[in-house]
Design a protein around this ligand. Structure first.
Ligand code: CTP
Length: 405
C-alpha cells in the first residue's frame, strides 16, 4: 500500500521547533511527509532540518522546480494537510484565499482534509480578526485545533500554546483514519457542536491526606474527548484525577470530588449538544471531613466512617436537559446480568444511550482496550467488540450524531 501523503505546512512562529517532533512521529509511523514552510518559518528552523527529517526537498516559493508545477501538485496529491504552527497571518491568508507563496498555494489546491494548529500570543488569538478567520476556515470544513492554555514565549501564560506534538500526531492519525468518510470540502461531522465529557474517578476526602476513590484511569473519557475534537467538536473535558496528557484542542476543567464534578458538568452542559458521563462518580462521600489528619490512638478502635449520598449527576442532567434536544450518554459498569442491569439502569437514569461494560479482574480499568454494548432508549443495541477505547469512542459519537436534532 502507498504511504499516506501528508503535507506539513509550517508558518513563522517559535513553535516551529515543536513541529520537528510532529514530523518525526509522522515519518516514523509510515507517512510520506512533504514539508512546506513559509519564509518566516525558516527564521526559526532552517530548510536543512526539514529536508533531512522529511527526506524531501524543501522550498517556500512557487519559483523553485517550476517544471514540476509544485504549487498545484503538492496540494493535489495530499491525503491530509496540516499547518502547524499556524500563525495569525497564515490563518488570515488562508481565510481570504491569498496565494503568495508555496504553502498558501498548496492550501488552495488541496482537496483533502485540512488541519490548522494555531499558536500565538493570547491577544492575537482572541482578536476578533483572528476569531473571524478561524470561524471562516471552520465553516469551509477545515479542522482548527484550539491552542492550549499554558506557558507562551517569554514570561507570558495564556491561551495560544502549541499542543503537545504527540497529541497533534493523534489528531492527524484520526483525521486520516476517517479520511474516506469525509466528503471533499464538507465539515467534520461534529463541527459546530459543543460536547461535554466527564472522565476519571472522583476522590472523596476523609482528611487532608486520605480519600475514598476508585480505579478509573480516565482513558475512555479521554478517548471520547480526543475523538470528538478530531471530528470538529468544541470539547469540554471535566477531568477527575486523571493523570493523562492533555488532548489537543480540548478545554480541560480539572475537578476532584463528585460535588465539584457536578458543578463543572452542569456549567458546561448549559449550551452543550451532548453530555457523556464517562467518569466513575462516587455514589457516597464521607459525611465529615477532618481538617487535621486522622490519628490512630493506642487502645482505641478506629471511628466508623459514615457515608452520605452524592448527587446523581447523570440522572439530574438526563431529567432536566439543560438544553433542548441535548443527547445524554451514561456508562454502566456491571459484573453480572450485564444486559438486564444495563436496561434497568438506562430507564432509571433517563439517558438516551447507556454504554454497558462488563467489569471484573483485569477488565476495563486502566486498560487500553474495551468491549461494550451501547443500549439506546429507543430499544437499540450496538455491540462494540473488544478493541481500542478509541473505537468505542467513535461508535458512541456515531450513535450520538444519529440522535442529534
Ligand atoms: N453517575 C453520576 N453520578 C453519580 C453516580 C454515577 O452521574 N453520583 C454516572 C456515571 O458517570 C455513569 C453512570 O452514572 O455514567 C452509571 O454509574 P453507576 O455507578 O454504575 O450507576 P449507579 O446508579 O450508581 O448504579 P449501581 O447501583 O450499579 O452502583
Amino acid at each position: 500500500m502507498d504511504k499516506p501523503k501528508v503535507v506539513l505546512g509550517v508558518s513563522g512562529g517559535i513553535a516551529a521547533y515543536k513541529a520537528c517532533e510532529l514530523l518525526r512521529r509522522l515519518t516514523e509511523s509510515g507517512h510520506d511527509v512533504r514539508v512546506v514552510p513559509t519564509e518566516s518559518a525558516l527564521h526559526f528552523v532552517g530548510a536543512a532540518t526539514w529536508s533531512a527529517l522529511s527526506g524531501h526537498p524543501v522550498s517556500t516559493s512557487v519559483w523553485s522546480d517550476v517544471h514540476e508545477v509544485p504549487h498545484v501538485r503538492i496540494g493535489q496529491g495530499a491525503d491530509l494537510v496540516i499547518v502547524a504552527p499556524a500563525t495569525a497571518d497564515l490563518l488570515a491568508k488562508a481565510a481570504h484565499g491569498l496565494a503568495d507563496d508555496l504553502l498558501t498555494n498548496t492550501l488552495l489546491t488541496a482537496r483533502c482534509p485540512v488541519v490548522f494548529a494555531p499558536a500565538m500570543h493570547t491577544e492575537m488569538w482572541e482578536h476578533p480578526a483572528t476569531q473571524e478567520n478561524v470561524a471562516t476556515l471552520r465553516r469551509r470544513g477545515a479542522l482548527v485545533v484550539d491552542p492550549a492554555v499554558g506557558r507562551l514565549t517569554g514570561v507570558d501564560t495564556g491561551k495560544g500554546r502549541f499542543p503537545e506534538p504527540a497529541e497533534l500526531f493523534d489528531v492527524v492519525r484520526r483525521v486520516l483514519g476517517r479520511g474516506g468518510d469525509v466528503a471533499v470540502g464538507a465539515a467534520p461531522d461534529l463541527a459546530g457542536r459543543h460536547v461535554v465529557v466527564s472522565a476519571g474517578g472522583t476522590r472523596e476526602p476523609l482528611d487532608p491526606v486520605r480519600f475514598l476513590g476508585n480505579r478509573s484511569s480516565g482513558k475512555q473519557g479521554y478517548a471520547l474527548a480526543r475523538s470528538a475534537a478530531a471530528r470538529g467538536a468544541r470539547v469540554t473535558l471535566v477531568a477527575a484525577n486523571a493523570a493523562l496528557p492533555d488532548p489537543a484542542g480540548v478545554d480541560i476543567v480539572p475537578v476532584g470530588t463528585a460535588v465539584q464534578l457536578r458543578e463543572a458538568v452542569l456549567k458546561a452542559a448549559a449550551d452543550a449538544d451532548a453530555v457523556v458521563m464517562a467518569a466513575a462518580v462516587a455514589d457516597f462521600r464521607p459525611e465529615t471531613y477532618a481538617t487535621g489528619k486522622i490519628k490512630k490512638k493506642d487502645g482505641e478502635d478506629p471511628a466508623p466512617i459514615v457515608l452520605v449520598r452524592n448527587p446523581d449527576i447523570l440522572a439530574e442532567i438526563a431529567g432536566d436537559r439543560p438544553r433542548t434536544g441535548q443527547i445524554v450518554v451514561g456508562f454502566a459498569a456491571e459484573t453480572d446480568d450485564v444486559l438486564a442491569n444495563g436496561r434497568a439502569k438506562l430507564a432509571r437514569k433517563g439517558c438516551d444511550l447507556l454504554v454497558v461494560n462488563e467489569v471484573g479482574e483485569r477488565k476495563t480499568f486502566g486498560s487500553e482496550q474495551n468491549e461494550a454494548i451501547v443500549l439506546g432508549a429507543d430499544g437499540s443495541e450496538t455491540p462494540v467488540p473488544y478493541g481500542p477505547k478509541e473505537d468505542l469512542a467513535d461508535t458512541i459519537w456515531d450513535l450520538v450524531i444519529q440522535r442529534l436534532p
